[in-house]
Write a protein of this length. Sequence first.
Length: 441
Amino acid sequence: MNGILEALTLVLPGVLVLLGLTLASGFFSGSETALFYLTRDELRTLQLGKPRERLVAQLLRDPDRLLTAVLFWNLLINLTYFALSVVLARQLSNEGHTTLAGVMSVVSVASIIAFGEVVPKSLAVVFHRRIAVLVSLPLAVTVRVLDPILPWLGLTTRVIRRTVWPHVRREPYLHASDLERAVETSNLSAETILHEQQILHRILDLSEITAEEVMRPRGTYTTHSSPVSLKDIKGRILSTDYLMLRDSINGDADTDAIGGVVPLSSLWVATDDDLAKNSEPVLHVPWCASLADVLQMLRTRLCDVAVVVNEYGETIGVVTYEDVIDTVLVPHPSRAKRVLRREVVLKVAEGRYHVDGLTTLRYLAQRLGFEYEPPEDRLLTVSGMFQEELERMPQVGDTCVWEGYSLRVIEASDRGRLRVVVDKVSEENSAPDVSGNQVSQ
């Protein structure tokens, strides 16, 4: 008995350190599970909550950085734990307590598995939101401590990847063409086949539609300088579900530059103070980015608004998360309908339509009953087609023949806003040029 007490006294400091390392391992294991178990809706709610709740959303805006830090600290703790347990077992063995050394080795392994991994992860799954908020502050500190060496870790990873498998490329599990054939040959009931196939096709089309085609052009929404209060927007009609805030750095030089947004859904908890305190970051994407990539980045970075910029870095429009969902779910999605909040292609007689110049050629083709893919020269809207063919601002009376239809300007403004009438033309009356369009001035 005295020998056992003597042995325990010998390893007691080391056992206390092992206990602390077990708790630290459980902290990082549970934190990882709790944070990555949160859904996007939960993160959106936390983003509008208290400071520690907003910190959770802020950490998950860069999940790779967070996961790298958590795995690094967890690996360092576990290696230290096993190294120390081996030292303590060896110390007991040298003192002649071989049985106790074996028992300690088994117990230490079981303890780190049970209390460092299984129990924390199980609790984190059940109480993920509460635990995520609780651990957000200490976890943010540990991530910040590791920030100076994260670039070196990334460099090491790239060097190993290029050295071991430099030419290996990840292949997709399915190609878009395979999915399209599966949709077309699917055995759906007559009641659901048309609507569901349209939605599935529009999901696949996200990889072909550019952000420029869906964005709300600048000038169709208003931006506000910070500070801005509820009194400043009282009585005003906003064109989107977000309050656009000008970039505090470039706002004076470019009034279209957007540095953040305030969701209108969060104003019910706002006070008369500066609304910019509740602002959310925005994502910047090039005009040529596919809508599929924009949607993925919005979901990954927990943003609701993507600012579209041209090749000169100038803001040319915005795409909201709702705009992307609208493109998928609405039977006939239209950027012009969302901006103007009305139907932009009106049937006034058999074979005759009134069309707003902001209407995309893709949507006009859908309403006229045929498929159309925009060319690679960024010709997207009715107004853009007239301006490119005329090489000047369109005027009332200008006409253009497009895909067998005659388009005639009936309303025109100095800034290029148009309203045209569309009529079907017969083959003998149309003489399109090489580009397929015919213009008369």
